[in-house]
Design a protein around this ligand. Structure first.
Ligand SMILES: [Zn+2]
Ligand SMILES: [Zn+2]
Length: 294
């Protein structure tokens, strides 16, 4: 029996920014905080460990031993909170590679994940996790190679800093950019570079332009962008599919439906991130690997 490993899929496990928001008004788009999985050939790449990571972890328990490369954009709660509840991390025989940049205070991703689980904030420390955990410090701007996958990185514009990632494999590319704020006078060069000709661009679209510039409660300087900026970036960078991501917890399903309609009118490849959504990325290279599994 042969399994052909030439697939590149982007799976959405958590699409909400700031705080989980389950409830009857968010059920269609989902309430979990960021976690996006890319299945790239035989490798699993995971971006951020929001509460969506808990849900992904439950699905991984069915196929053990599990292995994945987990990339953190930064350490705000909504991107880390799922990690202490990532069940496969507690199981011996599983193996996870964990990536993140050094924070402005000099702490590594390992230290920050560790601190999050210290008493009295959490009952068990990181050391209880029985899986092999390999921590890797990311230098934004440098690339990471995993087999024949190249992950490019760049710094984003966010309080406390954040890293954007682009996954390149066999002619296909998917870019994960959250949390970031656009500039008033120009498009962010790092964002354009990561997004260039991507098949999938996932972009922080927390606000609408109206909310961002609201005279009563402006969101300028809060570290997030708008769906209108997402469309501009997608057009300028010539991306195929734009995914509106990191939904504001105040935006219910009907509000997000409306954003989706408006974004699609401006850019036909635009779509709203939804929990459970899967986007296949087309890979152009011929099949080069078949693995016998039985
Ligand atoms: Zn966030
Ligand atoms: Zn943040």
């Amino acid at each position: 029996m042969f399994r052909i490993e030439n697939q590149f899929n982007v799976n959405f496990w958590g699409v909400r920014g700031s705080i989980p928001c389950p409830g009857s008004n968010t059920v269609r788009y989902g309430g979990n905080t960021p976690c996006v999985e890319m299945q790239v050939g035989g490798n699993h790449l995971v971006f951020d460990g929001g509460t969506g990571l808990h849900v992904l972890g439950q699905s991984m328990l069915k196929k053990m031993p599990a292995s994945a490369h987990i990339f953190f954009t930064h350490s705000h709660w909504d991107h880390m909170q799922g990690f202490p509840f990532f069940s496969p991390g507690f199981v011996k025989g599983n193996h996870f590679f964990i990536y993140g940049a050094i924070a402005p205070d000099g702490s590594t991703v390992e230290q920050r994940l560790n601190d999050q689980m210290l008493h009295p904030n959490f009952p068990v420390p990181l050391q209880i996790m029985q899986a092999d955990l390999d921590f890797c410090d990311v230098t934004p701007g440098e690339s990471i190679k995993i087999d024949d996958i190249v992950v490019e990185t760049a710094p984003l514009n966010h309080p406390g800093e954040a890293v954007g990632y682009r996954v390149n494999w066999r002619g296909g590319a998917a870019t994960y950019i959250t949390d970031t704020e656009h500039y008033a006078d120009r498009m962010d060069e790092n964002v354009l570079w990561l997004a260039r000709n991507a098949d999938v661009l996932i972009y922080d679209s927390t606000y609408t332009d109206e909310e961002y510039h609201s005279p009563n409660s402006p969101k300028i300087g809060w570290g997030h962008s708008t769906w209108q900026e997402a469309v501009k970036i997608a057009q300028a960078a010539n991306v195929k599919n734009l995914v509106i991501f990191h939904h504001d917890p105040a935006h219910d399903d009907d509000f997000l439906d409306n954003v989706g309609r408006q974004a699609k009118e401006k850019f036909s490849g635009a779509m709203m991130a939804k929990e459970g959504m899967v986007i296949p990325v087309e890979v152009s290279a011929p099949l080069s690997r078949e693995i016998s599994v039985n």
